[in-house]
Write a protein that binds this ligand. Structure first.
Ligand code: UDX
Length: 439
C-alpha cells in the first residue's frame, strides 16, 4: 500500500520505517528540514535501540523516503498523523496546533476513498471534530483513530509487535471501509492474532490517556508507599515484590524511586485533567492531581536526601549525577526527573557533574550551566556523593569496589532502587534510597 506518515518524531519516524519493513511504500513528511535530511541519510535524529538498523534496511529497499513537502502525501491510500501534542505553556491542556495543522495541510491532497489515521495522543473529542472538517473539505475521505502505545527504548519492537490494536472507527459503511484499510496496513500483525479492539472515536482516544493515567497512578501508588516506608522503616522494594505476586496487581510498573518523567505520562495526565474539566467531569480525575503531586515530591525528597548525606549542606559539595535521560536506553530529557534533581542541587550550591551514556548533548542544550562528564568515573572524581538517577545497565553494573577509589566520600544515593545494596555496602559505601532504610 502507499502510505504517508505526517510528523517524523519518535512515533512517526519509527512508524514510517516499520510500515516500510512490513512491505508498504511509505513517505515520511515533516516540516523540520534537518530531521528529514538526517532520516533520509539513515541517521536517527534520536537514540532508539534498533531504529537506525531498521532505517538503513528499509531505505535500501527503496520503499521508504522522506520529504518536507506535503504534496508528496498525495496518492497515498492511508495517511498517518503522528505529530506531537505537547503541554501548552502555562496550562495543563494539550497544544493541538500541530494536529490541526497536519490535518488542514492534508485536506489539499486528500482524495475520496483515502483514510486519515490519527495516532497522536489527543483530548477526547478531537477525532469527531476532525472528521467533520474532513467531511466538509475533502468529502469521501475518511478518518480513523488508532492510538499508539510504544515505549521509548522499545519503539521498534512495540510498533512491529504491539500487544493490541485499537481502531476508533466511523459508524456504518464508512467504518467497514476504514477497518478494511487498517487491516490491510497491519496485515501481518492482524494475522498473527494480535488482540483488536474496535470502537467509536471517543473510546479509542480515551484508551490512550486512560492507559497512561493508569501507569502513572501505579508508579505514584508505589511512591506513596515509599513515603510511608520512609516514615516507618519498612522497605518499599520488598513491599512491591510481595504485592506484585498477586497477579491482579502485578509487579510491573511498581518500581519506586524518582518517579515518572518523559514526553508522555506527565503531559498526558495533565491534558486528561484539563479535558475532564472542559467536559464538566473534573471530579472524576482529581485523583490525577495527587498522582502528579506524589510524583513531583519524589524529586524534592531526593534533593533533601542528598543534603542529608552531605552533612546537612550542599554548599560547595561535589555531587556526581549518573543519568540524565528520563529513562535508560533513551536520550530523551523531556521532563527528566534526573536532570530536574541535578539542576536543583546546582541551584542549592552543589558542584554538580552529570554523566549519561546518550543524553549529554541534549542535556547540555537545556542546562548549559551544569557540568558534564563522559564517564561515571570522571563525573565522580573526588565526589562527596554519587546519585544514580537513571538506571542505565552501565550504572547498575558498576563495580562498587573500584568505583569507591574515585570518590572522596563513599556515599551513594540510589534514585531508582536499581543497585545491589549489599554489594555497595560491603564495599564500604553508605547506601541510601527512596523508600528503603539506610544501608
Ligand atoms: C509511556 C507508556 O509506557 C507508553 O505506552 C506510551 O505510549 C508513552 O508513554 P515512555 O514514556 O516511553 O512510555 O516510558 P515508560 O517506560 O512508560 O516510563 C515512563 C516513566 O516512568 C519513566 O520516567 C520511568 O523511569 C518511570 N517508571 C516506570 C517508574 O518510575 N517506575 C516504574 O516502575 C516504571
Amino acid at each position: 500500500m502507499k502510505i504517508s506518515v505526517i510528523g517524523c518524531g519518535y512515533l512517526g519516524a519509527v512508524h514510517a520505517a516499520s510500515m516500510a519493513e512490513i512491505g508498504h511504500e511509505v513517505v515520511g513528511i515533516d516540516v523540520d528540514d534537518a530531521k528529514i535530511a538526517s532520516l533520509a541519510k539513515a541517521e536517527a535524529p534520536f537514540f532508539e535501540p534498533g531504529f537506525e538498523e531498521l532505517l538503513e534496511r528499509t531505505l535500501a529497499t527503496g520503499r521508504l523516503r522522506f520529504s518536507t513537502d506535503f504534496a508528496d502525501a498525495a496518492g497515498s491510500a492511508v495517511h498517518f498523523v503522528c505529530v506531537g501534542t505537547p503541554q501548552k505553556r502555562g496550562e495543563y491542556a494539550a497544544d493541538m496546533r500541530y494536529v490541526q495543522g497536519a490535518v488542514e495541510s492534508l485536506l489539499d491532497v486528500l482524495s475520496p476513498g483515502e483514510l486519515v489515521v490519527g495516532k497522536s495522543t489527543v483530548p477526547v473529542g478531537t477525532a469527531a471534530q476532525l472528521a467533520d472538517l474532513i467531511a466538509d473539505k475533502a468529502p469521501g475521505a475518511l478518518l480513523a483513530w488508532n492510538p499508539e502505545f510504544l515505549r521509548e527504548g522499545f519503539a521498534v519492537q512495540d510498533t512491529l509487535h504491539p500487544d493490541r490494536l485499537v481502531y476508533g472507527l466511523p459508524a456504518g459503511a464508512d467504518g467497514d471501509t476504514a477497518r478494511a484499510l487498517l487491516d490491510e496496513v497491519y496485515a501481518p500483525i492482524v494475522e498473527r492474532g494480535t488482540p483488536k479492539v474496535e470502537s467509536d472515536y471517543a473510546t479509542a482516544e480515551m484508551v490512550k490517556t486512560a492507559a497512561n493515567s493508569f501507569l502513572a497512578t501505579k508508579i505514584s501508588f508505589i511512591n506513596a508507599m515509599a513515603e510511608l516506608c520512609e516514615a516507618t522503616g519498612a522497605d518499599v522494594k520488598l513491599l512491591a515484590d510481595a504485592i506484585g505476586f498477586d497477579d491482579r496487581i502485578g509487579r510491573k510498573f511498581l518500581n519506586a524511586g524518582l518517579g515518572f518523567g518523559g514526553g508522555c505520562l506527565p503531559k498526558d495526565i495533565r491534558a486528561f485533567m484539563a479535558r475532564a474539566g472542559e467536559l464538566g467531569a473534573d471530579q472524576a480525575l482529581t485523583f490525577l492531581r495527587e498522582v502528579d503531586n506524589i510524583n513531583m515530591r519524589r524529586r524534592i525528597r531526593m534533593v533533601e536526601l542528598a543534603r542529608e548525606v552531605c552533612d546537612g549542606s550542599l554548599l560547595g559539595k561535589r555531587v556526581a549525577v549518573l543519568g540524565a535521560a528520563f529513562k535508560p536506553d533513551s536520550d530523551d530529557i523531556r521532563d527528566s526527573p534526573a536532570l530536574n534533581v541535578a539542576a536543583q542541587l546546582q541551584l542549592q550550591g552543589a558542584v554538580v557533574r552529570v554523566t549519561d551514556p546518550a543524553a549529554i548533548e541534549n542535556s547540555r542544550r537545556q542546562w548549559p550551566q551544569l557540568d558534564y562528564a563522559a564517564t561515571p568515573e570522571e563525573a565522580a572524581e573526588r565526589a562527596d556523593a554519587v546519585l544514580v538517577l537513571t538506571e542505565w545497565k552501565q550504572y547498575r553494573e558498576l563495580d562498587p569496589e573500584a568505583f569507591g577509589r574515585v570518590v572522596k566520600q563513599k556515599r551513594v544515593l540510589d534514585g531508582r532502587n536499581a543497585l545491589d545494596r549489599e554489594a555497595w555496602t560491603a564495599a564500604g559505601w553508605t547506601y541510601r534510597a527512596l523508600g528503603r532504610r539506610a544501608g
